[in-house]
Ligand binder design. Sequence first.
Ligand code: SAM
Length: 508
Amino acid sequence: MSPRRPVAPAAGPSSVSDMLLGLGGVKAAVPVQPPQPEQIDRVHSALAQLRVGETMAANLAKLQQALAVNPDSEILLHQMARLQTRLDRRADALLTYRRLLALRPDHAEARHMAAVLSGQAPEKANADYIAGLFDAFADSFDEKLVGWLDYKAPQQVAGMAARLLDGRVAERSIDLGCGTGLLGPELKGLVRRLDGIDLSPRMIDKARQRNVYDELIVGEIVVGLLRRPAAYDLVLAADVLSYFGDLRALFMAVHDCLKPDGLFIATVEKGVEARYTASKTGRYQHGETYLRKRAAEAGFEMVALEEGDLRQEEGRPVRGYVFALRPQPLAPADPLAALSTDELIQGLDAPSSAILLDAARRMIGSDFAVGWALDIGGCMGRHVADLRNLAQHLDMVSADPDRSRRAFEAGLYDDCDTDATIPFLEARPDHYDLMLAADLLDREQDLPAVFSAVKIALALAGVFIAVTTACSEADLREMAKAEGLVVIAVEPVSLPDGAPALCLIAES
Ligand SMILES: C[S@@+](CC[C@H](N)C(=O)[O-])C[C@H]1O[C@@H](n2cnc3c(N)ncnc32)[C@H](O)[C@@H]1O
């Protein structure tokens, strides 16, 4: 007789959100045949997913009935929003979270999830949301994550630490977002002293019960680290960076608290190349390019990066990276460092920057911010700060490395790239909601290729605004249209020296 494979993983909650919803109860063990282990796993997993889906749909119908009787119930709205999110009914979930916010404007989860579901994810999850989420989860965290979801991040982080320490013992280390302390025991023999920090008091209580941490702090990671400059040899974070979108402040704080030859080892969920994203789980994903860039900006060199499965979610593995950063040796003195921010900004200001900002404001409106914007050429200078109010993320790209460095030093952009415009845009399909180009159309020879690349990089309903002194209105309209852009306007404008120019406004 063929051996039976355990059915428990398929019958349990299939994601963290399931657990929080209490939807763990799929009971039936389905007869197992044929006896191929992978097939058995697949059949069980598919059946379990189906049953979970059916259970959730039935629960949703019940919630809707209950809400019809009691439309202002915060508890019912909250449960319904979570369920709709799990069922991937994002538009419905967004409306429900907004209904909840109308009743409870301070509802931390509703604030976070409404922002994520509307495509306006905050730079990191707010502290009240994290503390509430994990306080509620503390009692069942270990059983659910390790028992049901094949959670491996602590072992992956500790494994990389063991390899890189190579027999050495770290004098002082800290486990960021230590949670219930699953990482602590894995570090036995690798560290002499271990601290832990976490926003959730109840998770910290669980960690304390393990008796492996020397000091446990209830607090926010970045705030906590900045209080301890050059204190640690080893800083670790297992499955915590998925609650941070923008990693800049975190990386800088880690760099600050590490000794010069220290190590930072962490996991992230794998995202798209050059950016971070937030998924319906409320967690963030990071692309490899994004990680490398932020690490370099904060003064780290990446000494290891491995891809693997961090755990299961909805019957599928969550892909991620385990990576290690080491502070870079001190760089030689930099001439740009002598310039003030104002001087740096002045060097980035094109004559058409005010015209571009004005057109962008008219297209977007002053009460609204788009998600991602790009300053092509890094020419917005004095107006970058105003432009920032129109977009959550602002990147610049220039083929001139000196210009990109100036922009980076000015500290006004989220990302500063050195690349030729066309390949840069072609590598970022559907990426930008707003693109501004002060001199692109005057310096590029192959304008159809430029418009084609712009079309590729513009997100749905994205706006491209460019000023040119070299093209006629008819040529602009024809070339933009030929590449599939919708021309909204071609406006005659005057540059500050009185020279006539045209401002093209087009949509994807
Ligand atoms: C998925 S759990 C991982 C816990 C632990 N590292 C492990 O591997 O079991 C994420 C933990 O990070 C904590 N956390 C998230 N963002 C935080 C922040 N900004 N400051 C402190 N703790 C944070 C949460 O409270 C939670 O306990």
